[in-house]
Design a protein around this ligand. Structure first.
Ligand code: NAP
Length: 249
């Protein structure tokens, strides 16, 4: 049976590619993001299956827009939260840090809370949060991004435990990408960069299997866990070293 899916942060990148995959197999997909022109272009690919709504998760009233989009879809089975931003902020200016926290922490939590209440009332549903291997350790170039990803990851784990305890029918899935070839995937030390197609296929498979956690692509499991185990002096040496690997551009 085809599912109904809401993707928050689906105007570009992994969220958009998931929307294309789901709509291509006949699912009805609601897509939210701030850039309306990209949403309109996306809807043109599958005008009968894709529903769009402009929305900014840092807006305190986002729950109204989420409710309207879900109403347009006549209910949803899965809510995927892909929305996040990154600021490389070497000078540690306050505005980029605050902006990251507003979206990746406050906005992200707002959407998760909404999804939780929606599915709890419905008695079943799946919440999918996209985090990052950045959740594993701190980083000198994008401190707020790394910290926000750790927040997202632990928050999702808390919801997973809570759902099991309450036996409320909510499935929580955390997708943990390494590097993906998207607007956000930039840097001088990138390796194992997954194509958008491959990343989205693996992400969709993990969602279908209702996995608790899935690394995208799978081998990032190793990098994540090695990073977690590294003693501080080795980790600091690696992140502060002058080595470079591969740049996309
Ligand atoms: N690419 C990578 O290498 C990589 C690695 C690890 C984790 N990730 C994670 O994967 C997820 C998807 O990222 P991506 O690589 O596909 O990058 P992307 O193309 O920049 O996608 C981010 C999406 O989030 C939306 N978004 C951002 N701020 C928003 C806001 N305030 N309200 C609503 N939507 C918002 C963007 O749409 P608008 O700008 O139109 O609002 C866009 O659709 C993110 O959570 C990211 O942290 C990516």
């Amino acid at each position: 049976m085809s599912k109904k899916i809401l993707i928050v942060g689906g105007s570009s990148g992994l969220g958009r590619q998931l929307a294309v995959l789901y709509a291509g197999e006949g699912c009805e997909v609601g897509v939210m993001g701030r850039r309306e022109n990209l949403l309109t272009d996306l809807r043109e690919l599958y005008p009968d299956n894709i529903f769009i709504k402009k929305g900014d998760i840092s807006d305190e009233t986002i729950s109204h827009s989420l409710a309207e989009l879900i109403h347009d879809l006549n209910g949803v089975d899965i809510i995927i939260l892909a929305a996040s931003i990154i600021h490389f902020n070497n000078d540690l200016l306050p505005d980029p840090e605050r902006n990251t926290i507003d979206i990746n922490v406050k906005g992200y939590t707002r959407v998760l809370n909404y999804a939780w209440q929606y599915f709890r009332e419905k008695g079943k549903g799946q919440i999918v949060g996209i985090t990052s291997i950045a959740a594993a350790r701190g980083n000198k170039e994008a401190p707020a991004y790394h910290a926000s990803k750790a927040f997202q990851s632990v928050y999702l784990e808390s919801l997973r435990v809570k759902a099991k305890f309450e036996k409320n029918g909510i499935v929580i899935t955390e997708l943990i990408p390494g590097y993906i070839d998207t607007e956000m995937g930039k840097g001088k030390r990138m390796f194992w960069v997954a194509s958008l197609g491959k990343a989205a296929r693996q992400a969709k498979k993990a969602i279908t299997k209702k996995k608790s956690k899935a690394f995208i692509t799978k081998r990032w499991w190793l990098v994540y866990h090695v990073q977690r185990l590294l003693p501080t002096f080795i980790y600091d040496w690696i992140v502060n070293g002058s080595w470079t690997l591969k740049s996309k551009h």
